[in-house]
Design a binder for this molecule. Structure first.
Ligand SMILES: Nc1ncnc2c1ncn2[C@@H]1O[C@H](COP(=O)(O)OP(=O)(O)OP(=O)(O)O)[C@@H](O)[C@H]1O
Length: 334
């Protein structure tokens, strides 16, 4: 199957006029042509198959939004080749828009003063959606996203959770093949986040809509995206399955041993001492083959062990470990 999105050596450099301090500096800035270059995206390569759900993850300023903007045709790459549904998105912006849906968590596509339903109607005309398809999709989305109680209300009166569901519906009315979402759960409460995540997982599973999602919320990734692309400083660090990453890095279980009194520095062969709080010592079990029994055998009965706590790493821990070890792991393949 041909990939639905492919990126080869994609880069984006922004040029920013250098600003100089003070009034004189501002005047000099008017005539100076001195630029700073910001490499937001550099040498990105990946290939995404139809029906995949991919999480695009990275710290602030890593180049996630810039990459989404290039895939949606809003920005033009400065380097490399980008193909979305077999087309160059930036030079085929109108055609591309017919086949994709876009949700930006921080920016609304809905008309602020109009009832939600009217924004949907406008999209029907813009995308020329046939009547029966529009009616079917509207019924499906209203039910799935529980919009019945507020579809007739102006957008400005909606809660953030209601608005986000309406944004997602708006992006899906024309049956796009790919749905791009830039931080769709930002600012939502736990219940609203859960509703959005479940719905996205459902349309990916049931309708085969390809999903590309940027987020800082790792639970979004865990619940929607089996595949993860991780970037930092504009560059690709990891492209593979979340479960693969977990299996590779997930061996760092955390063990806390609590003693009746401080046994002094207690270094072990089976576990690495990560933090020493006197009577409570925190270890990392780096090696998956090492069991709790192995550690307890090494500690022995001499120190008066009182309590033991063993924690499996959660996804936050896995990602943190990944970023801390990135020079070692960069370039990991699926
Ligand atoms: N229009 C622009 N002009 C100049 N620099 C820009 C522009 N857009 C983004 N940048 C810079 O490019 C880099 C990547 O920004 P981008 O918004 O893609 O990051 P991000 O990973 O989405 O970050 P965040 O998680 O904070 O949203 C940053 O250093 C940013 O300041």
């Amino acid at each position: 199957m041909a990939p639905i999105i492919s990126a080869v050596g994609v880069g984006k450099t922004f040029r920013q006029l250098k600003r100089q301090a003070g009034f004189g500096g501002a005047l000099r800035g008017l005539v100076s042509r001195d630029y700073t270059e910001i490499r937001a995206v550099e040498g990105i390569a990946f290939s995404i198959e139809p029906g995949e759900a991919v999480g695009y993850l990275g710290p602030n300023g890593a180049g996630k939004s810039t990459m989404i903007k290039m895939m949606t045709g809003i920005l033009t790459p400065s380097a490399g080749t980008l193909s979305v549904l077999g087309r160059e998105p930036h030079s085929n912006r109108i055609l591309n828009a017919r086949d994709i849906g876009v949700v930006f968590g921080q920016r609304s596509q809905l008309w602020w003063d109009l009832p939600v339903r009217d924004s949907f109607e406008l999209n029907r005309h813009i995308y020329d959606i046939p009547d029966s398809r529009f009616a079917d999709n509207l019924a499906y989305l209203t039910q799935m996203l529980d919009m019945g109680s507020y579809i007739g209300r102006p957008v400005r009166q909606l809660s953030l959770g209601q608005r986000m569901r309406a944004e997602i519906a708006m992006a899906l009315l024309h049956d796009p093949k790919i749905l791009f979402l830039d931080e769709p759960t930002i600012g939502l409460d736990v219940v609203a986040k859960d509703a959005v995540r479940r719905f996205l997982a459902e349309i990916n599973r049931e309708r085969g809509t390809t999903i590309i999602l940027t987020t800082h919320d790792l639970v979004d990734i865990e619940q929607i995206c089996p595949r993860l692309i991780m970037v930092d400083d504009g560059k690709l660090l990891f492209d593979g399955e979340l479960r693969h990453l977990r299996a590779t890095l997930g061996s760092r279980r955390r063990l806390t041993l609590e003693f009746a009194t401080d046994p002094g520095p207690l270094t072990l062969k089976t576990a690495t001492l990560a933090a020493d709080e006197g009577a409570a010592k925190h270890y990392l079990l780096e090696n998956e083959a090492v069991s709790l029994i192995d550690v307890l055998n090494e500690v022995g009965p001499a120190h008066g062990l009182k309590d033991i706590k063993l924690e499996e790493p959660d996804i936050e821990e896995v990602i943190r470990t990944f970023y801390l070890n990135k020079p070692k792991l960069a370039g990991s393949a699926p």
